[in-house]
Design a protein around this ligand. Structure first.
Ligand code: NAD
Length: 506
């Protein structure tokens, strides 16, 4: 954990949210929230104590008793109000997000907006939480299902989408009748807290949404707590695998959306200009800190000749603070992330890849202290090189060559990750083969970042995901509910009995 500086001691404390109250933690462990473009300390975030974590879970458990009985329509109306409040505060939310996370203001609005779409969907969750009924499964017998909420659910979120990912979680969990304990990223919790304030303003009752802060200890406490029934995690593969194993062992439902190394295939029949623009945006935008970024491009056949143009395009991108007009990519989240990325670039060179564009130490006037690294491109990249084997999570693109589409598909399927992928082509047959044969959760056809809208669920396969059901969308209804089947028999002569009862009551 970072030591707290003089400036940090004076910075405002991020609050916990327990039973409807924003309270200051009694912990002695704090960490600074730092603007990655300037190193200004914006706030200090507490690492909640075990006692505070227990209080948050206890509040959620108590609130569940009444929240689970709240009619679907009443729950839905809160989310209708919530989406309105998020819209009304969009600019403020985006500014807060840019200050603590670094991404450009338009990207920050996109982050909030993609979460807002899930809130809108949560407002219509009644349509999805319907049971099924089979009439007359035996003489006088019907069987039907109830999709009942589980109880206290928890969410653990990463730094790179501090608005969207918390909004993937608590709105759907709460709309389906659960109560929630959220543990945001300790690196940028401020916009998440503002979103929680707005959720309370929209009418979410005390105890239904709670927030604790912290790192490893808080996450382990969530995994182990006997009153938490389900855990949704988004973050790295290493931590997600640990959470999946630990929380499953404690008998919880768990879903973990994890790390990525997404590849795009470029076929020579693709529209060159659109493809190169799409790749530059998806590889370097948000400084590469997206789980759906495109850090590997496989150029097939003649498309290999496009590399110099891709390099030229990447050179035109403007690296600056997210608040600056025209900035295409902002800083990476922390000084340690910056040195890890720079170290990997160094290893790429040492491993024999060709550094086509070196983005290290860019000149960013006015923001000399920022954690900046510009677009970087390697060609001749091979499995076994650290820049290929590791998730860099920075604006670094690895270019690989393949002779055929089949070879490119085989190459992607041999990578352990399966989060997202894309193909660029004008051939329907090639696109169809790709969608059928690729073992990746989210497939784009001439779409570089194919994140599904909330009518569907976010997905992922192999090392990128553990658990069967995705966050948000249709699948998450099953994740956040227990299916109960009811088999009921009513005898015809009992209807007369009912009549008799009425008579006897007179
Ligand atoms: P991270 O795994 O370091 O942190 C995620 C959460 O786990 C945070 O809340 C953090 O406090 C907690 N944590 C960190 N170290 C821990 C430990 N040792 N034990 C227990 N908990 C711990 O991830 P990050 O760096 O914040 O986010 C980037 C990662 O998230 C990337 O790997 C990215 O691909 C992934 N990601 C995946 C998706 C997806 O949907 N698949 C979406 C966004 C980000």
């Amino acid at each position: 954990m970072n030591a707290i500086s003089e400036q940090g001691l004076k910075a405002p404390a991020v609050k916990l949210l327990i039973n409807g109250q924003f309270v200051e933690s009694k912990t002695t462990e704090w960490r600074e929230v730092i603007n990655p473009a300037t190193q200004e300390v914006l706030a200090r975030v507490p690492f909640a104590t075990q006692d505070e974590i227990n209080q948050a879970v206890a509040a959620a458990k108590e609130a569940f008793k009444t929240w689970r009985k709240t009619p679907i329509g009443a729950r839905a109306r809160i989310f209708l109000k919530y989406q309105e409040l998020i819209r009304a505060n969009m600019k403020e939310l985006a500014a807060l997000l840019t200050a603590e996370q670094g991404k450009t203001l338009p990207d920050a609005e996109g982050d909030v907006f993609r979460g807002l779409e899930v809130v809108e969907h949560a407002a219509s969750v009644g349509n999805l939480q319907l049971g099924e009924l089979a009439n007359n499964v035996a003489n006088g017998v019907d069987t039907y299902t109830l999709l009942q909420p589980l109880g206290v659910c928890a969410g653990i979120t990463p730094f790179n989408f501090p608005a969207m990912i918390p909004l993937w979680m608590f709105p759907m969990a709460i709309a389906t009748g659960n109560t929630f304990v959220l543990k945001p990223s300790e690196q940028d919790p401020m916009v998440t807290m503002r979103l929680c304030e707005l959720a309370l303003e929209a009418g979410i009752p005390a105890g239904v949404l709670n927030v604790i802060h912290g790192g490893e200890m808080a996450v382990n406490a969530i995994c182990d707590h006997p009153d938490i029934k389900a855990v949704s995690f988004v973050g790295s593969t290493k931590v997600g695998t640990h959470v999946y194993n630990r929380a499953s062992l404690a008998g919880k439902r768990v879903q973990c959306m994890m790390g990525a190394k997404n590849h795009a295939i470029v076929l020579p029949d693709a529209n060159k200009e659109q493809t190169l623009n799409a790749i530059a945006g998806a590889s370097f935008g948000a400084a590469g800190q997206r789980c759906m970024a495109l850090p590997v491009v496989v150029l097939v056949g003649e498309a290999q000749k496009w590399l110099p143009e891709l390099v030229e395009k990447a050179k035109t991108l403007k690296v600056s603070a997210g608040t600056e007009q025209g900035a295409d990519l902002g800083p990476v989240i922390s000084c340690s992330a910056l040195s890890r990325i720079e170290g990997l670039i160094e290893r790429g060179v040492a491993d024999g890849a060709k550094l086509e564009l070196d983005g290290r130490k860019p000149n960013v006037p006015g923001f000399e202290k920022g954690n900046f690294v510009g677009p970087t491109i390697f060609s001749g990249v091979k499995p076994g090189m650290a820049i290929y084997d590791q998730e860099i999570f920075g604006p670094v693109l690895c270019v690989v060559e393949a002779a055929t589409l089949e070879e490119a598909i085989e190459f992607i399927n041999a990578n352990p990750n399966g989060n997202g992928t894309a193909i660029f082509t004008q051939s329907g047959a090639a696109a169809h083969k790709f969608q059928e044969d690729i073992d990746v959760g989210q497939v784009g056809i001439n779409v570089p970042i194919p994140v599904p809208v909330p009518l569907f669920s976010f997905s992922g396969s192999r090392a990128s995901k553990l658990g069967d059901l995705g966050p948000y969308g249709k699948q998450v209804i099953l994740f956040y509910t227990q299916t109960k089947t009811v088999t009921a028999r009513w005898f015809d002569d009992q209807s007369t009995g009912g009549l008799n009862t009425t008579i006897s009551l007179k």
